[in-house]
Design a protein around this ligand. Structure first.
Ligand code: SF4
Length: 479
């Protein structure tokens, strides 16, 4: 069982995943500088769980065994669990300033738990018991699971079975007496290169003819035929070139994402939790999306807190902290961050019990939270750029600062107020630069579903007919 962050790192060394980065096979993921920040961020979820002051947020009591487990492997047993999840995410974001990746699998476990129960109720299958056995294993071993939902999708105007290449959506290519064989891929898989398992789920609601794509199953990432290709990120060279220029060298800007390929991967039946039940694919996808959208005011609210602190420091180091417009801008940033946090708490507080017994956040409010994140985080970043100044785009390299020939000029001309070392000022400016650029922003936009997916959810669940009815009644309009 993994307890400490050291156990976690050791467990990754012995996994022997097939991982590629920049065209090269990576022999040991824990020794690769491009992966270290992401491993460190995920390791925080293990480390903080052992801190007595955070135990109430980072751990929970398993409803299966009654034992203490990581909250990241827990099935929500009440509204209190839903709220603690959000508090936990904000706390870890304060410690890392980045994505700690483990929530995707957490949400996949909860969505699959509820949905396997529903499938069994209607179809008389035994997926739920199988899933409970699998969950017990994950809880006992304290493993990190990737929530494998997003398929590459190819031509978006076509259904999975209409694609020119049938593998553009992950599918079952063979059913055997002992299990199934998978082919396809999952894209943008957060934390995949430093996880143990992937929980494969369908990527969208499916119709008749697409039964082969209605598959939920758990696959150890070191299974034969599974291959991971790490995704390129903004400023990634800085992970190797310069700790100072990386801004947040220990934890990075976002979680490391990878393309996970399934090349004829065998999965035994005891790890299969949906196989062909197209009627439940929409429910599973919606539940997973809701559970992940619930998170965003927690983790992005927490990351924004760090950024606000960085902006306050930058203004102090540059002598602008007393200006009323700076104080106003910092207050505006706080308002935007607290707004998204409010959304996460609200959808949790309005959560309810599903037939499986697991609790589920209010889907409309979770949806609202994520849509606000896709806007507010850009606004927060915009204000951060305004407060920090153009210097974040033009600072010299760390190697210039360290240069025996020209370092003195960087020291002299990059200085801010007296008594604050130039390097201190550069450190905070680099943190702001890295937290507000490229990949970090895109993740806020598209993680947990793109903004248009949230609009679609409003169209489905926003209850427009009722709103029309209320308006008609007050306006005195009769049908
Ligand atoms: Fe967790 Fe946030 Fe990262 Fe999603 S983006 S995995 S919710 S930390």
């Amino acid at each position: 069982m993994i307890r400490t962050k050291e156990d976690y790192v050791k467990s990754l060394q012995s996994l022997g995943l097939v991982v590629y980065c920049k065209g090269q096979r990576v022999a040991d993921v824990t020794a690769h500088p491009g992966f270290l920040p992401h491993i460190n961020a995920a390791a925080k979820t293990y480390e903080l769980a052992l801190a007595p002051e955070h135990e109430h947020l980072l751990t929970a009591t398993s409803h299966l065994t009654g034992r203490k487990i990581s909250r990241f492997t827990h099935i929500h047993q009440g509204v209190d669990d839903l709220i603690r999840k959000v508090q936990m995410l904000r706390l870890i974001a304060h410690e890392t300033g980045s994505c700690f990746q483990r929530c995707v699998g957490f949400d996949g476990l909860n969505a699959a738990y509820m949905t396997t129960f529903d499938i069994d109720e209607k179809c008389g299958t035994t997926y739920h018991q199988r899933f409970r056995d699998y969950l017990r294993f994950i809880q006992e071993e304290n493993l990190m699971v990737v929530g494998g939902m997003t398929d590459p999708k190819g031509d978006r105007s076509k259904s999975p079975s209409q694609q020119h290449d049938p593998d553009l959506f992950t599918r079952v290519v063979e059913k055997r007496s002992d299990g199934i064989v998978l082919s396809g891929a999952k894209a943008h898989q957060t934390g995949a290169v430093n996880s143990h398992e992937i929980l494969v789920m369908p990527t969208q609601a499916l119709r008749e003819g697409d039964e082969a794509y209605a598959v939920t199953c758990a696959v150890p990432l070191n299974t034969k035929g599974v291959l991971l290709i790490f995704g390129r990120q903004t400023n990634e060279e800085r992970k190797t070139d310069s700790r100072l220029d990386a801004g947040n060298p220990e934890f990075g800007m976002v979680g490391g994402e990878a393309l996970v390929v399934f090349d004829q991967v065998f999965v035994p039946w005891e790890r299969v939790f949906m196989c062909g039940e197209i009627d439940f694919t929409g429910t599973l996808v919606e539940r997973f999306a809701t559970l992940h959208r619930q998170n965003y005011g927690g983790c992005k609210g927490g990351v924004s807190d760090v950024l606000i602190g960085a902006c306050a420091l930058a203004s102090e180091y540059q002598g602008t902290n007393k200006a009323s417009h700076i104080r106003d801008k910092l207050a505006e940033m706080m308002h935007l961050a607290e707004t998204v946090y409010c959304g996460s708490v609200a959808c949790s507080a309005m959560g309810y019990r599903t037939p499986s017994g697991a609790f589920y956040p209010d889907p409309v409010l979770a949806n609202c939270t994520k849509l606000n994140v896709s806007r507010n985080i850009y606004q927060i970043a915009q204000i951060a750029h305004d407060v920090a100044g153009g210097i974040i785009a033009t600072l010299p390299f760390e190697s210039d600062l360290r240069s025996p020939e020209i370092g003195k000029y960087v020291e002299k001309y990059m200085a801010g107020v007296e008594n604050v070392p130039t390097e201190t000022r550069i450190r905070i400016l680099r943190l702001i630069e890295n937290m507000t650029g490229g990949t970090a922003l895109v993740e806020s936009m598209h993680g947990a579903g793109s903004p248009q997916a949230q609009k679609v959810m409003y169209q489905r669940l926003g209850n427009l007919p009722m709103k029309i009815k209320w308006a008609k009644k007050l306006a005195g309009i009769r049908d």
